[in-house]
Ligand binder design. Structure first.
Ligand code: UT7
Length: 342
């Protein structure tokens, strides 16, 4: 008789706590503008950014990720030994292997959990939340640490007029664990891979663009992030509000059921246009961490979530819509119940 494979079955999941780390150095627009022939006024009008933070040499991507994870664990009242899976979303950990996730586990003193990194750029955190939910639901994992951490200043050309004023550094982390009621809704995710050149780390470590079988070192040049701003802007405004509405719909909710909207912090004009396209009622609190912290890619949603809960403690335990999008182009969004007050 053919034997059947037995599987585990898990529970619903929820975000138990969020923690973050912001670099010490606050950088105003005035420190950026001269090199790129820009102005404080232009940057604020076009992006909403007033200041951002750049990490110093004593604040590596691993340092920031570890400190954000420690903050989240403390609020969740859990130890690292309670974590069985760690997912790190980053595009700025400067090693191909081994992963940032294993380095963070080692630093936190529990080198045993399942550990891996994901590259979904600015959507990486929402990808991680989706996976954590599925792992818990299927019984694969019980407590998952999802971290978004970036030190993009290491990969930004300070003379590039298209990027120098946008990108910034930081880390955010959530602990996701079992729950009786659904605390994380179905993910709405996908990509527009035909536009994968719209945001690039350029040049890559090797030059594989013409012929993937002929790997040649890219002249020893350091890769920096580049983007076609307007193209990404248009895609974000028109496609991401639709994706976010689908995420709401698949959770059986409408914008009127929401308490908070925490989209990727790329540009305040994108955030405001999305909210308008979605007919978001004024009662929904909209995260605007971009104003003081710039665009921190995979770290932007958990950083914005932590800041929002600090500013609006009444949002603990309430419903928020997340949507991340970026290089690939890729996106992911879901409704979550924000963590209860620690
Ligand atoms: O996180 C990953 C996802 N990334 C994004 O979502 C980024 C999406 N894109 C954007 O946020 C915007 O496209 C930017 C903020 C990057 C650029 O804003 P924009 O309004 O799209 O600027 P633009 O490229 O259309 O340029 C408008 C004007 C031009 O001048 P003219 O031709 O109108 O006289 C540019 O030369 O602004 C000028 N300009 C600048 N001026 C001062 C372009 N860059 C700058 C600058 N400083 N840095």
């Amino acid at each position: 008789m053919t034997k059947v494979i037995s599987t585990k079955s898990g529970t619903e999941s929820q975000i138990l706590a969020v923690g973050s780390y912001r670099p010490k150095r606050i950088v105003p627009n005035s420190e950026i503008v001269d090199r790129i022939d820009s102005s404080d006024e232009w940057i604020q009008q076009r992006t909403g950014i007033e200041t951002r933070r750049f990490a110093g040499s004593d604040e590596t991507v691993l340092d920031m990720a570890t400190w954000a994870a420690e903050a989240a664990l403390k609020k969740a009242k859990l130890a690292i030994s309670d974590i069985d899976t760690i997912i790190v979303a980053t595009i700025t950990f400067p090693f191909q292997a081994p992963s940032a996730a294993t380095a963070i586990l080692q630093r936190l003193g529990h080198p045993k959990a399942a550990a891996f990194d994901i590259n979904a750029a600015c959507a990486g955190f929402s990808y991680g939340v989706a996976m954590a939910h599925d792992f818990i639901k299927s019984g694969t994992s019980k407590h998952v640490l999802v971290i978004g951490a970036e030190k993009i200043s290491d990969f930004t050309d300070p003379n590039d007029r298209a990027t120098a004023f946008i990108f910034a550094d930081g880390a955010g982390a959530v602990v996701i664990g079992p729950s009786r009621d659904a605390g994380i809704g179905p993910v709405e995710w996908g990509s527009d891979a035909d536009s994968r050149d719209a945001i690039l780390m350029n040049p890559s470590w090797v030059d594989i663009r013409d012929n993937e079988t002929q790997l040649t070192k890219a002249g020893g040049k350091w890769p920096n992030i580049s983007q076609e701003g307007q193209k990404v802007f248009r895609w974000a405004v028109f496609s991401m509000s639709k994706a976010a509405l689908k995420a709401l719909d698949s959770a059986g909710l409408t914008v009127n059921d929401l308490d908070a909207f925490i989209p990727h912090q790329a540009n305040i004009r994108i955030i405001e246009t999305m909210a308008k396209e979605m007919d978001m009622p004024e009662s929904v609190v909209i995260a605007d961490d971009i104003r003081t912290n710039g665009n921190t890619s995979a770290a932007s949603i958990p950083l914005a979530m932590d800041a929002l809960l600090d500013k609006h403690p009444e949002l603990h335990g309430k419903l928020a819509l997340l949507i991340g999008y970026g290089a690939g182009l890729v996106y992911a969004g879901q409704v979550v119940r924000l963590p209860e007050k620690p």
